[in-house]
Design a protein around this ligand. Structure first.
Ligand code: GLC
Length: 551
């Protein structure tokens, strides 16, 4: 596939040419972007484009490029692109998919070493997000715009699983462009869960779509896309699936297993943190883009109420630190009425042994799931990073999550960033929870495997919390292996030392995630497109400690 009309930063450029290109970009682009951004900021409430913490010595230079107070090796990173960058750009461009001549997305993987393609030859909505961010950061927004419009069109399709009709707002998990070389036509097939292994619902797709629409708008300053009646309607349809009244007693979103990046049975059904964090971020993103006309106003009112309840619920009940763990350990059970402290009737005996050793005195995280008599104490990387980026986590909680990452580096990062969840399920528990899934054996794939794509989210969280040095450590680990191993989808093992048993090679989001991480470190002002500042109106009412006891 050719990158028709696209700016090529491929490996055919010599390093010095690349330097020139990069330097030009650094000199010209940020200034332009700051001006464009302003118009969007005016209407997007209190959003700022940079992190709330600047105590790491980060300053924006007049040119817009950040001067980072860091060791020499990272200063080197800013000006001499690692040779892997050029390789990554070339591989990313190879994965581009075209529909009637226009770029509309990237394939999940371009792995020529295996015949077992499954659906990796499709454009996945969630997988395209890091590709989209890389293109936006490189000043190539067209592919993102086409992707947003194409998936919006697919949303309008009638969707069925057997005889059951799905909600109007459901966005596809993935789509494929079929090229007919004889008739010279392109057609699209999409999967809304009706073909997916396990028939799983892509709950995250709609949220990522809204988040990406905001990223596009924020990065380009082009308000015309999000303001079209089609985009306004698309957002409302996605949100109406989540904001409808029902039997819910919690503001969190009830989901089936396999509803997000972890698209297999892994015991995340109920109220998984990944979905709650994305839901929160999508609600806030939509709030900054919805027009208050007609049914828009009603939708905005619902969003505001839900955000209020959701942030309270998450910050109070999903948050775990040493103090909270100790409280839960001493919980009484079977309490009835409004005075109950143990509201969900969590049995202290259900606290797994590992968490007592894992929990540092300083640090904390959002647990995997909270429901009736159910607390999943596992750590999930994506949900916690998105909580920081969306400001679902308070500033104290964000700092505590970063503290935990630093304290538990060996467990959560090991030799390959980043564990999708920690710890893994084994033996009997694995049998019961995964249904004996051979792909999800211990420390593999979704069950404690290490996913390079998560590097971009870690890096973004590090930048937002003012700790780029943590991200640099992770990038160094990636640079020592990823390219040599041909950009695998995931790694296996307690330390992430082995290329995953069934991992694809040239997995696009591993490639794009690396590029996004590098560009974020090089120019931290990019963080604005994927980060939302804390909304002062949503201040938490936290009864228990927000992070850690004073030492
Ligand atoms: C796997 C992952 C899923 C991803 C897909 C395509 O199924 O679990 O998150 O979207 O591969 O890469």
């Amino acid at each position: 596939m050719e990158g028709v009309g696209l700016r090529a930063v491929g490996s055919h450029c010599s390093l010095s040419e690349m330097d020139d290109l990069d330097l030009t970009r650094a000199l010209d682009k940020p200034r332009l972007k700051i001006e464009r951004k302003r118009s969007f900021d005016e209407r997007s409430m209190s959003e700022l484009s940079t992190g709330y913490s600047r105590h790491d010595g980060m300053h924006d230079s007049p040119r817009g490029r950040s001067v980072l107070d860091t060791p020499l090796s990272s200063a080197r990173n800013s000006f001499e692109p690692h040779p892997m960058m050029a390789e990554a750009w070339e591989a990313l461009r190879r994965s581009m998919v075209f529909f009637r001549g226009q770029p509309v997305g990237t394939l999940a993987a371009v792995d020529n070493t295996t015949d077992e393609v499954l659906n990796y030859d499709q454009v996945f909505v969630r997988d395209f997000v890091p590709s989209a961010l890389a293109f936006l950061m490189n000043g190539e927004p067209d592919i993102v715009k086409h992707f947003l419009l194409k998936t919006l069109q697919l949303q309008g399709w009638e969707k069925r699983v057997d005889r059951f009709k799905l909600g109007e707002g459901v966005m596809p998990a993935s789509f494929k462009v079929l090229h007919d070389p004889i008739r010279e036509t392109d057609n699209i097939v999409a999967d809304f869960g009706e073909s997916a292994i396990g028939r799983v619902a892509p709950v995250d797709s709609g949220f990522w779509w809204i988040i990406l629409l905001r990223a596009y708008t924020k990065s380009t300053g082009d308000l015309t896309l999000s303001e079209t009646p089609e985009c306004q309607k698309g957002m409302k349809l996605i949100l109406s699936l989540c904001l409808a009244e029902g039997f819910d007693t919690f503001p969190t979103l009830l989901c089936a297993d396999g509803c997000s990046m972890i698209d297999r049975r892994m015991g995340v059904y109920g109220y998984p943190i990944e979905i709650q964090a994305l839901f929160f971020m999508a609600l806030r993103s939509a709030l900054s883009m919805l027009k208050p006309d007609g049914d828009g106003r009603e939708c905005i009112e619902k969003i505001v109420k839900r955000l209020h309840a959701l942030s309270f619920h998450m910050r109070s009940y999903f948050w775990l630190d040493h103090q909270n763990l100790n409280d839960i350990y001493r919980f009484k059970t079977e309490e009835y009425s409004h005075t109950a402290v143990n509201k969900f009737n969590v049995m202290p005996d259900s606290i797994p042994e590992w968490v007592f050793d894992f929990m540092p005195l300083r640090g904390g995280y959002f647990v995997g799931n909270v429901g009736p008599a159910h607390m999943d104490f596992r750590w999930f990387a994506l949900g916690n990073c998105v909580s920081i980026l969306s400001s679902l986590a308070t500033p104290d909680q964000s700092m505590a999550i970063m503290d935990l990452l630093e304290h538990r580096w060996a467990e959560l990062v090991g030799e390959m960033p980043l564990k999708i969840c920690y710890p893994c399920l084994e033996g009997h528990e694995w049998r019961i929870v995964t249904g004996c899934d051979p792909k999800n054996t211990r420390w593999s794939y979704h069950n404690g495997g290490s996913w390079p794509v998560l590097l971009w989210q870690l890096t973004a969280a590090c930048i937002k919390t003012g700790r780029p040095q943590i991200a640099r450590r992770a990038v160094d680990l990636i640079e020592s292996r990823l390219h040599r191993d041909c950009w695998p989808e995931y790694y296996d093992g307690k330390l992430g030392r082995y290329v995953g048993k069934q991992a694809r090679k040239y997995q696009t989001w591993s490639i794009a995630g690396y590029l996004v991480a590098k560009m974020l470190l090089e120019d931290p002002s990019h963080i604005g497109m994927i980060s939302l500042e804390e909304d002062k109106l949503m201040k938490p009412v936290i009864k228990r400690s927000a992070s850690w006891p004073q030492l």
